[in-house]
Design a protein around this ligand. Structure first.
Ligand code: NAI
Ligand code: SOE
Length: 382
């Protein structure tokens, strides 16, 4: 079996989710490659060592540049806050390393363009961890749409709701709270949460051409953890937009961190002329499906438990017996499997940097439109 030596930068939430993916993938998938956890890079040596011991990394670096320089690293996994994605990715491309980068690809479209140019010039395999695509029920939705079961699509609706920043005393910036600091995050819920919804939407329903948006920052000032000063909040706490897709359908998207009672409610619904589908992250192994073709007296929404074997339900042949479901963490196992399979075949592993740039352009247009009081903005395309 061929080895893929992985170096990870950042060891927070995603560091754990990805490490689990690398550790588990060969237990479930028959692949040509086996990831080897060569090194993790983070600034605090002791904490990084603790992480390395827990997840099985062979070594630790305290400067991510050293990790990239190492000859024994084939692929670099970028698990840092958003403001570091570009610099690290450009260094990786220059060193000829494969890159698995967390979402959003970049702080904005201009940065994303540089990153796409760099990986394509270097010819290095690349992917962006829009992991919700890899949830079997979401991949099944893609399959049903491609089979033409929905017919012409009229509507696409998505929400990503959270409630963890309502407290006005919560500081911004620094460890754990970098998402509230525009300098580290780029934007608020638009780049953090809506980016997921947009990636899935483009994948399932094609390009978005125009957007009209509004955003709000409910808490205007917060103490900054790093400077100790009360500073203006530069991120969007809530973001709503409607849009037109290239296929003629209309889209409606909402995201907020101020929806009391919701922790990570990502839902989408698609309405076509023949059928509709719905998905809910809180019930991620189910796909709701309504087919107008059904006999009238039985016609209703059906809830498909996406756990069958025999090739009918994506990824599920690799797990348990039919009826037994998998969870959030398996979306990352599936993503690693897709990356390794693509690598073996010499093919790209979507979403690539270029695919993720398309999402970045939509985020840019959303933020531009909100600044212009909801004016229609054209979305740039890659
Ligand atoms: P986190 O705050 O839990 O971890 C960030 C890590 O980056 C920490 O280990 C921190 O020490 C490290 N770091 C920061 N500056 C660094 C530097 N200069 N050198 C080396 N390491 C540095 O953040 P989390 O939640 O893991 O997010 C990381 C990335 O993953 C973000 O881009 C975020 O948008 C994305 N993300 C994606 C998710 C998904 O669903 N695909 C879920 C959560 C986060
Ligand atoms: C924010 O709380 C967050 O962790 C996002 O950063 C992720 O991308 C999303 O998948 C879950 O929520």
């Amino acid at each position: 079996m061929k080895k893929l030596n992985v170096g990870m930068i950042g060891y927070g939430f995603m560091g754990r989710a990805h490490s689990n993916g690398y550790n588990r993938v060969n237990n479930f998938f028959d692949l040509e490659y086996r990831p080897v956890l060569k090194a993790v890079a983070a600034r605090d040596q002791a904490k990084a060592q603790q992480f390395a011991d827990k997840w099985g990394y062979e070594s630790v670096e305290t400067d991510w540049r050293k990790l990239i320089e190492r000859k024994d690293i084939d692929a670099v996994d970028i698990c840092t806050p958003n403001n570091l994605h570009k610099e690290i990715a450009l260094a990786c491309a220059a060193a000829g390393k494969m890159i698995l980068c967390e979402k959003p690809l970049s702080m904005n479209g201009a940065e994303g363009e540089e990153m796409v140019k760099a990986v394509e010039k270097a010819g290095v395999p690349n992917t962006v961890w829009y992991n919700y695509r890899k949830v079997p029920a979401v991949t099944l939705a893609k399959k049903l749409i491609e089979e033409g079961r929905l017919g012409k699509i009229f509507h696409y609706r998505a929400n990503f709701l959270q409630d963890w920043t309502i407290n006005a005393d919560l500081p911004q910036g620094g460890a754990a709270l970098w998402r509230l600091d525009a300098a580290a995050a780029g934007s608020g819920v638009t780049g953090d949460l809506l980016a997921h919804c947009i990636d899935t939407a483009i994948w399932l329903n094609g390009n978005i051409n125009t957007v009209n948006a509004t955003t709000e920052t409910f808490v205007k000032e917060r103490k900054h953890q790093l400077t100790g000063k009360v500073e203006k909040v530069g991120i969007d706490d809530a973001s709503i937009f409607f849009c037109r897709f290239g296929n003629g359908s209309l889209g409606l998207f909402e995201s907020t961190r101020y929806a009391r009672g919701h922790k990570a409610l990502y839902t989408f619904e698609i309405n076509g002329e023949k059928a509709s589908i719905k998905w809910d992250l809180h019930d991620l192994h189910r796909l709701e499906y309504f087919d107008y073709k059904d006999e009238g007296k039985l016609r209703a929404w059906r809830s498909i438990h996406v756990t069958d074997n025999g090739g009918e339900h994506p990824y599920m042949d690799h797990y348990w017996v039919p009826g037994l479901q998998i969870g959030y963490e398996h979306s990352f196992v599936n993503h690693v499997a897709d990356f390794l399979e693509a690598l073996a075949k010499g093919k790209p592993c979507p979403p690539t940097f270029r695919d993720a740039l398309e999402t970045q352009y939509v985020c840019d247009a959303v933020l531009d439109s909100a600044k212009a009081s909801g004016m229609t903005k054209q979305v740039k395309h890659t």
